[in-house]
Structures are given as C-alpha cells and as structure tokens.
Design a protein around this ligand. Structure first.
Ligand code: ACM
Length: 263
C-alpha cells in the first residue's frame, strides 16, 4: 500500500482557508491509500482564549471539515487521518478523525496534553483504539503522546501495522524518537507535522515516515508544504522476530514490569 503525510501551515481560526490549502495539497499527492495530516489541522493550535477555541470547535456530525475529508476519501478511495478541534457538550477535545472510502470511521482523542493545553482540552477518554481497515491495522497518537513509550507499545501489542501521528511538534528532538519507537515495536510510523509560527510558538515541520527497522523512508523540510507518499511492505510490520531466537513481544517479561502500572 501507499502511505504518507501532508505537511502544511494551518491558519489560526480560518477553517475555510485551511480547507482550501489542504485541497490544493491533496492535488499533489501521488496515489496514496492513506494520508496523515497535522494535529488541529482545521483550526490552528495556539488559541487566543478558551472562548475563541469554543467558538471554533465543532462536533464531528456538524463539521464541514470532516465532511470535506469524507468527500475526498470517497472520491479518491483513501484513508485520511487528521487532527480536528472537536467540541462535544461544550467540552473540547484535541482529536484525530479517521475517514475512508466508506465515510467517517472513527476518532482518537489526545491523552497527553502539552504545556497549557489542559486550559482548553479535556484529556482523551477513548483509550487507544485500533482500527482494522481491510488489509491493515491502524493506531493513532497525537503529538506529545510521542514521549510516552507505553502508548506506542500498547498499539503495537493490539496489532497496529501503522501508527499515524498528527502533530504540531515544538520540541526540536521529537522527530528523532519516531523511528526508534517504530524500531522497538516493529511498526510503520507516520508523523505529519505542521510548520510556521503562531502567536510566538514555532512548529518544527520535518514530518517523517519510518519503517519497522527504524529507517527513515521520507522526511519533509522544516518549512514549507510537503506531500510525500511511499510504498509500505506491511509484512515487515508483521514480523516481530528480532533474531531467530528473539521476539519483540514474547521475549518481554510483563511480571517484572508492574512498576509501570503504579500511578
Ligand atoms: C504538542 O503536543 N502539540 C506539542
């Protein structure tokens, strides 16, 4: 299958312009079956106030942005994972939606909130869903989730072949970790990052797609729109043998890991 990322610079508070910019970038995508877009791609990130964020938030059902993604997924027969500012019962979630050839499929809500995000968002309350998509299995993480190895491992243990990672990365070393998580879990990882500056925060671009051996297959520049797609051999993600005698999962010793589940 062909998978990749779409890196662009969302404009804070201007969903219709963001849709136009994404639509232009979609035109340049080379035959993807799956495309990952950045975190909060419809809204921008660094809100001026909670009031602004609440006004910009939408439910999945009422969102023109989700409708736009669904239309493109159906039209081009592809899966899209995109960050989305979700409002439910007047509460906000930093969400990633998944659409596909059949329409809207599901969502993940970011668990690990960065810096002042807790002023805006509730913590993700949907766990770590695995999406079985006819031919491959997909997990989703969002941005700062990257620093917690537990969540990558859980998705791998659930059977994820690919982990999609919509991001607005700020810390300059985050991209280095993505292929390493892929190497130690034997998954394909796709980080779609944004670039640009928003009210004093600079985002680091360098979207990255890595393979189950930790190789970087594609990487975008630090600035500029970038839509890159490459072929994935999913069998690589299904072979969890490190040597003929060592297996990523069955060599683990969970009885010795109980410290991990102490709060
Ligand atoms: C981040 O979680 N947006 C850095």
């Amino acid at each position: 299958m062909n998978a990749g990322f779409l890196q662009f610079c969302p404009i804070l508070g201007d969903e219709s312009q963001n849709i136009k910019n994404i639509a232009l970038n979609f035109e340049t995508a080379k035959d993807p079956d799956l495309l990952v877009l950045p975190e909060l791609a419809n809204s921008g990130y660094n809100f001026e106030s909670k009031k602004q964020a609440i006004l910009l938030g939408k439910s999945i059902e009422e969102s023109e942005y989700v409708e736009f993604l669904v239309a493109h997924s159906k039209n081009k027969n592809l899966f899209i994972i995109s960050g989305f500012l979700e409002k439910e019962n007047n509460k906000l979630y930093n969400t990633a939606v998944l659409t596909g050839p059949s329409g809207y499929i599901g969502k993940y809500r970011k668990m690990h909130l960065f810096m002042n995000e807790p002023e805006y968002f509730e913590k993700g309350n949907l766990g770590l869903p695995l999406f079985e998509l006819g031919g491959f299995k997909l997990g989703i993480l969002i941005c700062f989730d990257w620093i917690f190895p537990e969540v990558w491992r859980i998705l791998a243990l659930k059977g994820a072949d690919i982990i999609a990672h919509p991001s607005n990365l700020v810390l300059p070393y985050a991209q280095q970790a993505v292929p390493v998580h892929g190497m130690i879990n034997r998954t394909f990882n796709i980080t779609a990052n944004r670039y640009g500056n928003e009210r004093g925060i600079t985002f680091s671009g360098q979207s990255i797609l890595s393979d189950p051996k930790g190789n970087t297959l594609i990487k975008a520049p630090a600035k500029g729109d970038s839509v890159e797609v490459t072929k994935l051999d999913l069998e690589l993600a299904r072979n969890k043998w490190i040597t003929p005698q060592n297996h990523v999962f069955t060599d683990r010793f969970p009885a010795q890991y109980t410290d991990l589940i102490k709060a």
